[in-house]
Design a protein around this ligand. Structure first.
Ligand code: MGP
Length: 360
């Protein structure tokens, strides 16, 4: 049940996409039963280093500059074609006018328009959304927390499944990527503005029909979901993706000097990030809650996160305080953009390399 699967063509995908009007309420908890899925997707091949006892650290250089340039040229050509089409039917195209969130956040086109504190993010706009020029929107939190598109695509590739829950969807970078690899995406956010922006961006990427946007607090949503009897008809969630607020752009305080010369940062040169700084609840509690929904968790964390705390997420699951042999491993993938380490993605359950059998 819920085993990952290589999805077929677009036609099949569209046929099975959500037909109902996307929800704007947290009341949407009576989730449908997910269709039975089979056939595992090939696991991403990455270089791995084993750390005892429970940790597998992986590294993956996911994007080179040349790949990015090639991608950029293709996207620009696509963009020109779409712009010509859209001139006739509005920014988002026919039938999608009501999802046009233009005005909810500024769409900057020149660095002079951008507030000083957001300028370093604006200069990376095409990394965040390769279709930025088509009208993608980001609010302030979106600018500093969106997952760069190539990284989001890499994570989505590893999370191929029937239904993925993006617990903190923000302006939609990950939800859009998941819509390309998963049959259904449930995208939650507590901000109606960010949710509207996420849908606006998803329309630009032509994947909005595959995403169910829900205005909800993930903690309440998860508790309500878990309180339903397992025999009920609620939809099975195969993967939970956690990309919570890290406590603002200051999460890295002290790291600037380490990265200025473009050498990969040495974690010993800056303060380690603790999962206790995760919002809205301690990162360990957030993980435990999510594991009650599914063993398959992808957790997007700061690059300076204390590795032992990540490893302990598995050992501290035992409430009796006893030490247990933990056979499950977490795989930590370093997310690099060129020479810069941007973040860590931690894969648990059947998402970790070598543990595909745990994917249920
Ligand atoms: P960054 O280090 O703040 O910025 O974030 P930058 O400019 O990429 O790096 P710098 O070293 O040049 O300053 C790096 C990445 O971390 C961002 O692209 C986001 O994907 C992610 N990120 C940053 N913040 C503050 C958050 C956050 O609060 N939540 C989540 N989920 N991701 C974040």
């Amino acid at each position: 049940m819920g085993k990952r699967k290589n999805l077929g063509g677009l036609a099949r995908f569209v046929q099975e996409a959500f037909k109902a009007e996307p929800s704007s309420s947290s009341a949407q908890l009576a989730l449908e039963t997910n269709p039975n899925e089979s056939a595992a997707a090939a696991a991403a091949v990455i270089e791995q280093v084993t750390l005892e006892p429970v940790l597998v650290a992986g590294t993956s250089r996911i994007a080179s500059h040349s790949e990015e340039e090639e991608l950029g040229e293709q996207k620009q050509q696509q963009s020109a074609k779409r712009q010509a089409k859209k001139r006739k039917v509005g920014l988002l195209g026919a039938g999608y006018e009501k999802y046009d969130a233009t005005g909810l956040a500024p769409h900057y086109t020149h660095i002079k328009q951008v507030p000083e504190k957001l300028r370093k993010y604006f200069s990376q706009r095409n990394r965040y959304f390769s279709l930025y020029a088509e009208g993608c929107l980001l609010d302030e939190e979106g600018w500093y927390s969106v997952t760069p598109e190539l990284i989001a695509d890499q994570i989505a590739d590893r999370c191929r499944c029937g239904t993925v829950l993006d617990a903190f969807c923000g302006v939609g970078g990950n939800a859009i990527a998941f819509a390309k690899t998963c049959e259904r995406v449930i995208a939650l956010d507590t901000s109606p503005v960010r949710l509207a922006i996420a849908r606006h961006n998803a329309v630009i990427y032509e994947v909005a029909d595959r995403i169910e946007f829900i205005l909800a607090d993930y903690i309440s949503f998860a508790q309500a979901y878990l309180s339903q009897p397992s025999s009920s008809q609620h939809r099975k969630i195969d993967v939970v993706f956690l990309s919570p607020p890290w406590g603002g752009p200051e999460y890295l305080s002290g790291l600037e000097s380490a990265t200025a010369d473009k050498t990969p940062p040495d974690s010993s040169e800056h303060p380690e990030y603790s999962l206790s700084s995760i919002q809205p609840i301690h990162g360990t509690e957030l993980f435990k809650l999510s594991r009650r929904i599914t063993p398959n968790i992808a957790y997007y964390l700061p690059r300076n996160t204390n590795i032992k705390e990540i490893s302990d997420l598995l050992t501290t699951e035992h409430a009796d305080g006893e030490q247990h042999d933990v056979t499950e491993r977490v795989e930590i993938e370093e997310e690099w953009m060129g020479s810069k380490l941007k973040a860590l993605t931690c894969y648990f359950g059947g998402l970790a390399g070598g543990q595909e059998h745990l994917f249920e």
